[in-house]
Design a protein around this ligand. Sequence first.
Ligand SMILES: *Cc1c(COP(=O)(O)O)cnc(C)c1O
Length: 469
Amino acid sequence: MLESIKSTDTRTDPYKVYLQEDEIPTAFYNVRADMHTAHAPILHPGTLQPVELADLEPVFCTELAKQELNTTDRYIDIPGAVMDFYRMYRPSPLVRAYYLEKALDTPAKIYYKYEGGNTSGSHKLNSAIAQAYYAKQQGLAGITTETGAGQWGTALAMASVYFGLDLEVYMVKASYEQKPYRKTIMRTYGASITASPSDTTNVGRTMLAEYPDSLGSLGTAISEAVEVALASNGTKRYTLGSVLNQVLLHQSIIGLEAKAALEKLNVYPDIVIGCAGGGSNLGGLMSSYMEDRLAGRKAPYFIAVEPASCPSLTRGRFAYDFCDTGMVTPLAKMYTLGHAFMPSPSHAGGLRYHGMSPILSQLYHDGLLDEARSVEQTEVFEAAVQFARSEGTLPAPESAHAIHATIQEALKCRESGEEKVILFGLTGNGLLDLSAYEQYLTGTMSDTIPTDEDLARGFATIPSLPGIQ
Ligand SMILES: *Cc1c(COP(=O)(O)O)cnc(C)c1O
């Protein structure tokens, strides 16, 4: 009997690596300073000229607008007040997925960087803190934003209350109705929330007039939040939780920490995998390894994983498009399904954006981000359940896309006998996604993959810009 309560563990490497607090990186890494081909400039929607600082300043606070345009500084210091907040929940753990390896009977070594341990439940807090800080520093009264699945709104609510800013969140109506607990968290942190489309903005009213039953989209919610910021007489600015260069910059902290932790184990990954919605967690996770690749050193094989229901990298076009449905934002050259593309409702709300970060898009176009894969919802949840049952942590549906690809790669290693090292981003926990898990477990979840005709309707909304595209 006694035998059975003894640990059977004979492993020598630790299960988790936590950096010391004084090892948290003190500067963000700006991959744009090293990219061989800069991404095409972002264009002003009215003049179609590359945007300048003055164009961005009415929308974003000045320091963030500067970061958006910064192609020269490789490292940008993290302000002390941002570091102070990071110390509440960082460093985040780097975990060896021993139990998953065992369940898969694979010789692969699997590591994941877990960003879901804070109350917002995802990596989005890393950028929310920086954005709220710069807004406060500029003396603004408040900020506006949109949220889809709710993780970004929650993260920004936490950051806004910490720095003493008002926050107005436009929440995609489908999520507003399906995710009551997200609203409760945001309100707990003092944010005010409006379901989008709403009758509080011109964009929202136009949308409602045309589609009274619209359940909204991220693109529409963005248009509403931007409109409110622009109408505030300069007292508010808009913030965005993904896609933008500044967000990838802030998320580089994930990759810098992951690399530092793996170096302690003398480990260099062969494969780095991340789910890709707007591209910020993957951009962040791979940043310090992309630095190696861009410098001509060895680098891992990078894989982006997206839902088959919203396949911007795998089936989208690399073209200039608006970042929002209402066409009030600038145009970015990116992989896009067309700004009016409406993905079918899926449970990975964080991956339902029509476009992809211009940085990731350019890296993918240049073959520096090696591969993009799309996966269907039910297989994603199968991977999520397997992960939860073996590793204990309940993953966010978004993160489970990366888990799915990790399992596929680990099973290839089982076939070939290779001991590859896989690093993936576990971007969030799934505690507020239980209705999705319920559907999966009761067999009522379906997969909706857009047909070529569905995609063609979206592509038809990509603007044709004489002389540009
Ligand atoms: C928002 C979100 C994502 C996707 O966004 P990216 O900008 O592509 O990282 C992934 N996972 C979680 C948990 C999220 O909240």
